[in-house]
Write a protein of this length. Structure first.
Length: 339
């Protein structure tokens, strides 16, 4: 993916499955799962505006405290999505610390539980200014086809997975539009700042309704929007990313996972076991590499990235890759956490 949207499998294929999607120049990064992620900096985590939890096993949640620490002194609402029980678990984590309090600390966490029975979902708000006291919000009905988050640059959908505990899979649909381009901006006179968001809002308008110039903080002169769009921004195509982890090949959940991943540019998929351990995969709620490849083939994705390889596969990851290649040739491993 071009530098306009920074996409990282934070721990590569062998570590905890954590996906980081950032839109440079904006304060709206997305973190999919929150296990350990030593490769993500505090500055990167400070940009997080949405945390998508698949389930509550430690290797998918233990890093939530790092997100909390990074965003604590911001003024924004962080969306947290997860399966049933997420509200109570976030409440306990937020309530386990003593905090120093300053006027600029205004962060809020809005937590929504997905995948529960019925068409409505539970949500709760935790506001730092109110001591993170839980405020239950009115139940809302989900839109069709699992749409749970819709922003100017992104749509998020979910589908139930089949693990040993309630578990979800997600798709992230990046909308076509203007994005800040690090490579174009390198060496130019303006650094990223609040002006980027103002420019993006103007560029999203029809051409006839855009402002001709915008003010830049710290600069006396106004800058022409046409010049800024040429020098600092680029048009990015729509792309879909699917994230499926910790699920067995269950006939009840499989069609929903195929539909969720259908046509994705990339599928990041659980591949905890090799083919020889298919019985263990079924028992422990995981996929084998060939099963991940079958999901990719049936969903018609552009490429498959194996992740969450179990410890027994770390020394023979090429075996998993070869098994997947035989079914879906556009399969890859990420050993460095940068793909």
């Amino acid at each position: 993916m071009p530098e306009t949207s920074a996409l990282r499998l934070a721990n590569g294929s062998l570590g905890d499955p954590v996906l980081y999607l950032d839109f440079p120049g904006e304060d709206n990064a997305v973190l999919v799962d929150a296990g350990e992620f030593p490769g993500l900096s505090k500055a990167e985590l400070r940009d997080v505006a949405a945390v998508l939890l698949t389930h509550h096993h430690m290797d998918h949640l233990v890093g939530f405290d790092r997100v909390l620490r990074a965003v604590l002194d911001t003024d924004k609402t962080v969306e947290v999505l997860g399966p049933e029980g997420t509200i109570e678990r976030v409440e306990k984590r937020l309530g386990s610390y003593l905090y120093q309090r300053f006027p600029f600390m205004k962060v809020r966490f809005r937590v929504t539980e997905l995948g529960t029975a019925g068409p409505s979902v539970r949500s709760a708000l935790f506001d730092f200014r109110k001591g993170f006291a839980r405020e239950d919000l009115p139940a809302v009905r989900l839109p069709r086809r699992g749409l749970v988050l819709s922003r100017r640059e992104l749509r998020v959908r979910f589908a139930p997975a089949s693990h040993t505990v309630p578990c979800l899979a997600y798709s992230l649909e990046i909308r076509r539009g203007w994005r800040f381009d690090r490579e174009r901006a390198a060496g130019r006179v303006l650094s990223p700042g609040p002006w980027v968001q103002r420019a993006l809002l103007e560029l999203a308008r029809p051409r006839s309704k855009r402002a001709r110039e915008i003010a830049i903080e710290g600069r006396s002169a106004r800058f022409r929007l046409e010049d800024l769009s040429r020098d600092y921004f680029v048009r990015e195509p729509a792309r879909k990313i699917a994230f499926v982890t910790d699920t067995r090949a269950d006939p009840a959940a499989w069609p929903g996972l195929v539909d969720l991943a259908r046509g994705a540019w990339r599928l990041y998929c659980d591949s905890y076991y090799a083919c020889r351990d298919e019985a263990a995969a079924q028992r422990h709620g995981h996929l084998t590499a060939p099963q991940a490849a079958r999901l990719a083939r049936e969903a018609g994705v552009g490429s498959l990235w194996l992740m969450h390889l179990g410890p027994k596969l770390h020394a023979r990851a090429e075996e998993a890759l070869s098994e997947a290649w035989a079914i879906f040739p556009e399969t890859f491993l990420d050993f460095v956490g940068t793909a």
